[in-house]
Design a protein around this ligand. Sequence first.
Ligand code: SF4
Ligand code: SF4
Length: 164
Amino acid sequence: MVSEGRAENVNVTSKPRTASTNPERRVRRGLRYRTRNMLSYLNKIYSLLHMPYVVAEPCINCKHTDCVEVCPVDCFYEGPNFLAIQPDECIDCNACVPVCPVEAIYPDDELPDVWAHYTEWNEYLANQWRELGYNLTEKKDPMPDAEEWTERDKNETDILTWDV
Ligand code: SF4
Ligand code: SF4
């Protein structure tokens, strides 16, 4: 029961918030609500399943770029002697893996332990090169000494980057 004091403060001009009696409006609202829920659910599933691909050490000084040619979302970024995949843009399609002549690309969860740190390198370098506008979308000639570097011992200190 409402006390007299409170009843005096009630704004009789404002409508109470009750469910809409317009059936069409209620259906639309319900659909909006369900769509929002469904999208957020799908987003959660996607982020759980999303396994971006990673370019690892064998790529250093290659630039055969067969990988770039097949990538449907153009998520490769180019440094002076290495390519990196931007993890948020990669759609995990696997198209680049079989075309890489030196087996440099792996899904994140299959990356050999010895190259585990390349996950971070890819994100860091791809973001840096993206900001500089070095998105690579077409195949280009390999590095002049690519063949010689195929057999060479390499590590991340051999990766060159642009001056920023
Ligand atoms: S094909 Fe492989 S090694 Fe060559 S640029 Fe692409 S990822 Fe690097
Ligand atoms: S897995 Fe697909 S989307 Fe990701 S880098 Fe390779 S080709 Fe591009």
